[in-house]
Design a protein around this ligand. Structure first.
Ligand code: HEM
Length: 381
């Protein structure tokens, strides 16, 4: 009797497992079919600006300034994002000597030319935390003494060309409207719920939640050991492109970083200091671009979509070297804090495009001006 009951239970469990497997496979198949239908080309090659974007942008600025004030560190007002720096280092960006003539635009016009630059390496969080916390890692590069009229006519930045990236290839929202609702929910302490704005399942952003969770990744062993992506698209002369900066240790003397104690709060700064300042070994990267192929789903207005590398591979346009150097002094750290990076500090040939980039234009400027003014006031008190 007992044996029969066990056999019956076993059969039932087996059938239940098979049913679950069938439901899982069916769901996966439907999901895959839905996404390949939803995310298929062709896509526009020009920007499409929604009518309510300017109003939404204004209210995002107000939220951002509130967050900056919440996270004041002692008396200094920090950045609203990427508040913690691992250091600002001097960099040399050299345009590929045999660069394809089709890609010679803006700062890449002259093959072989070397630009002097500043590079700020950071954690993504709005306030400084231990480096071992899961987070995005940022890289911002500022080329100096770049001639020509810029997109923002601000004399303080009139000779600069900036590239601003972090180390995940996709953004966790598609546009300004979603950014507004997600940011507001996050500011109210809702983390996961920010991706489920209502009871209506059609408003749920599961794919974006997965991107956000993947973006908050464990730290690399060093800030020079990870790939940084523009995520949002840009112009490069007539082309629509994304760009990225990828480590190229093969272009530098070989170096093995000694094992670090990742329980130390600032081990990423220590790794940079160890390589560049103590061991005096330079670090190398390459700067690469990926062209939009509008026959496929490579949209301009949705940076949550990665452009498929098998359709449009990245092409190297420049080499970057961080020479051996001393960078970790209090003067240089303060200088670093006071720098402002903005993708709109740019020549028209490198114009940022797409909704998230249009939003960044206004927000970066507003937050940067706000924190600089507050820091000046605090210094004179
Ligand atoms: C493609 C997507 C984005 C990337 C790759 C990115 C990357 C970065 C990086 C690396 C920094 C630090 C720059 C530095 O070292 O000074 C930064 C700063 C900042 N980001 Fe973003 N970001 C993105 C989107 C956004 C969006 C959508 C907003 C808000 C609307 C935003 C707001 C800010 C602000 C306010 C700062 C601080 C600006 C300052 O005070 O100087 N970012 N971002």
């Amino acid at each position: 009797m007992l044996k029969q009951l066990w056999l019956w239970l076993g059969r039932l469990l087996g059938k239940l497992l098979l049913l679950l497997l069938a439901i899982g496979l069916g769901g996966w198949g439907i999901g895959a079919a839905y996404y390949s239908w939803k995310f298929s080309g062709p896509v526009p090659t020009k920007e499409q600006i929604p009518p309510d974007e300017a109003a939404l942008t204004q209210s995002i600025i107000e939220d951002a300034v509130r967050i900056v004030e919440q996270h004041r560190d002692n008396t200094r007002v920090l950045r609203d994002a990427h508040a913690k720096a691992h250091g600002c280092v001097r960099a040399e960006v050299t345009v590929l000597p045999d660069l394809d003539s089709d890609l010679r635009h803006g700062v890449f016009s002259e093959p072989g030319k070397t630009w002097q630059a500043w590079m700020r390496l950071s954690n993504g969080n709005a306030y400084p935390q231990f480096d071992r916390a899961r987070d995005a890692r940022g890289m911002a590069i500022k080329l100096m003494d770049v001639p020509g009229e810029k997109l923002i006519s601000n004399t303080a930045h009139s000779t600069e060309q900036d590239f601003v990236m972090f180390n995940h290839p996709a953004f966790f929202v598609r546009d300004v409207a979603e950014y507004k609702s997600n940011f507001a929910a996050q500011a109210d302490g809702k983390k996961v719920l920010a991706f489920f704005p209502s009871w209506n399942p059609r408003s749920w952003e599961l794919r974006h939640l997965v991107i956000a969770l993947k973006t908050l990744a464990p730290a690399p062993e060093s800030p020079v050991a990870t790939t940084y992506n523009s995520i949002a698209p840009f112009k490069l002369g007539p082309h629509n492109i994304k760009y990225r900066v990828i480590p190229s240790p093969e272009n530098c003397p070989s170096y093995t970083l000694p094992e670090a104690n990742t329980d130390m709060p600032n081990f990423l700064r220590s790794a940079l200091y160890r390589q560049l300042s103590l061991d005096r070994v330079p670090a190398c990267f390459t700067l690469q671009i990926q062209r939009q192929n509008p026959s496929y789903h490579m949209p301009i207005e949705d940076p949550s979509i990665e452009w498929d590398e098998s359709i449009s591979p990245y092409e190297t346009v420049a080499n970057i070297q961080l020479p051996a150097q001393d960078f970790d002094s209090s003067e240089q750290n303060l200088f670093c804090d006071n720098l402002s990076f903005n993708p709109w500090h740019a020549l028209p040939e490198h114009r940022p495009i797409g909704g998230i980039n249009r939003l960044r234009k206004t927000v970066y400027e507003a937050v940067s001006v706000y924190r600089h003014e507050r820091n000046r006031e605090n210094a004179s008190e």
